[in-house]
Design a protein around this ligand. Structure first.
Ligand SMILES: [Zn+2]
Ligand SMILES: [Zn+2]
Length: 169
C-alpha cells in the first residue's frame, strides 16, 4: 500500500517556498525569502540580493550604514520589482515572508496593494506592525514549517532513477 503523503497546507507550502527562496540570499547578515501569492498561485518570489551587476556581500563584503547592510534590495522589494518587470498586478495579493518586513518594505508592500502578510519570524527593529495596522493589512504569524523537503524517490513506484554514469558516457 502506498505511504500516506505528508502534504503541506497552502500556508505551509508558501512559507516553505519562501524558505527555499531565501537560500539564494547573498547577505550573510540575513537571509530572507518572499513569495507573493494571489488566488493560491505564486506571482513572484524574491530574496535579499545585490542590484543586478553588483558584487555580493558574500564576496565583496557588506555595505554598512547605521549598522544595517544596504548593499542588497530586500526580498519583498525584489519580489515587487519582479512583478514590475513582467507586468504582474500585485493588487490584492498576499505576501509570505520568512521574517517580519522592515519599515521600508512594509511601506512598499502596502503601497503595492498587498492585503495580508504571513510570517514565521520577527525582525529586530521595524515599524512594520504600526504601518500595517494603519493600512488595515493583517499580519498572520505561523510556526516555522519543517525545513526539509520531502522527495522520497525510492518510494515512488513510477519514478525511474537516472543513471548519471550511463547518461554522461
Ligand atoms: Zn550584506
Ligand atoms: Zn526590508
Amino acid at each position: 500500500m502506498a505511504k500516506k503523503s505528508n502534504r503541506p497546507s497552502w500556508d505551509e507550502y508558501f512559507l516553505k517556498v519562501a524558505m527555499l527562496v531565501s537560500e539564494r540570499a547573498t547577505c550573510p547578515r540575513m537571509h530572507v525569502g518572499c513569495v507573493l501569492v494571489k488566488d493560491k498561485q505564486i506571482l513572484a518570489t524574491g530574496y535579499n540580493g545585490s542590484i543586478p551587476g553588483d558584487g555580493h556581500c558574500e564576496d565583496d563584503g557588506c555595505v554598512i550604514v547605521d549598522n544595517h547592510c544596504v548593499r542588497t534590495n530586500h526580498a519583498e522589494i525584489n519580489a515587487i520589482t519582479q512583478c514590475a518587470r513582467h507586468g504582474i498586478i500585485t493588487d490584492g495579493a498576499k505576501a509570505y515572508v520568512t521574517n517580519m518586513p522592515c519599515t521600508t518594505c512594509s511601506k512598499a508592500l502596502i503601497a503595492t496593494g498587498i492585503k495580508e502578510i504571513v510570517v514565521f519570524s520577527d525582525y529586530h527593529s521595524t515599524l512594520a506592525t504600526d504601518f500595517f495596522k494603519k493600512a488595515n493589512v493583517p499580519i498572520r504569524k505561523l510556526p516555522m514549517p519543517a525545513g526539509n523537503i520531502q522527495y522520497d524517490i525510492d518510494s515512488y513506484s513510477s519514478a525511474k532513477k537516472i543513471n548519471f554514469d550511463e547518461e554522461n558516457k
